[in-house]
Design a binder for this molecule. Sequence first.
Ligand SMILES: [Zn+2]
Length: 309
Amino acid sequence: MQRSRKRKQAQFLLQSPLPIKSPSKPRKLITGSDEKHSAEPYPDHLRPTPEETLIVRDDLLTLHGFPKEFVKYRRPSSESPSGDLNGREDDGLNEKESVLDGLVSVILSQNTTDTNSHKAFSSLKSAFPTWEEVLAAESKCVEDTIRCGGLAPTKTACIKNMLSCLLERKGKLCFEYLRDMSTEEIKSELSKYKGIGPKTVACVLMFQLQRDDFPVDTHIFHIAKSIGWVPEFADIKKTYVHLNKRIPNELKFDLNCLMFTHGKLCPQCSKRGSNRLKTKFPFESCPLLNYRKALICDSGEMLTKSGNG
Ligand SMILES: [Zn+2]
């Protein structure tokens, strides 16, 4: 079984269009006002192909299983690969997290571990059971409850700004109205709030609002570059646009959760490098290694001739 997957992957690598040689600079400057061009930041870069995204999703799912922490957000319709659906719980979606709770969780998850961000969220909620109380509280008191998640003053300012802006615009602290909006309307609506950046919006779209969106964090950005899914010169914002255009909607959720998890666990794919990772994950079993090798061969960079001479 393992062997046949390897064969499938090797076959795919031979058939798939190899990464297009990147020009040293993007040919056109993309400006915010130029909607047409910002819609296709790398139109000549034909990867990932839909087939490739499916194989990577299946390979990572076989390797890691579906990450438990994301099971509750997984739509029952998520297409299942031939393999297992590790950790799948059909009733996960019944307990709906409020959009506002979700937004605050995403803000608290920045620049910290999952464990610490969950701790910070629980500690905040137990000290201030309602968002009205958070808004009314002294910043210092809020900071104290979320300190274990790091960047407490920044995150507190961010949350309080968002809450006061929400109260001013809608008269109550509730973001549920977003559920009735289109994805584009949600993006434009949330951009009006201080403290909510595009990455936070993408996470809320994917998790709480169950939209087909593919947020790009540093792990995913690093992997996408290293396996040639975006040009070498790509930046994170355009990588988000490019991947959202090219990854089939039905694969976005699973692939995103899996690439994120893989980026945290694999010494080869982690942005932090193998030295700082306390993981027992054997790097030889990284299913993305072949993509990297193919990329190195294609770009004409010396494929190290072992035992040279
Ligand atoms: Zn890896």
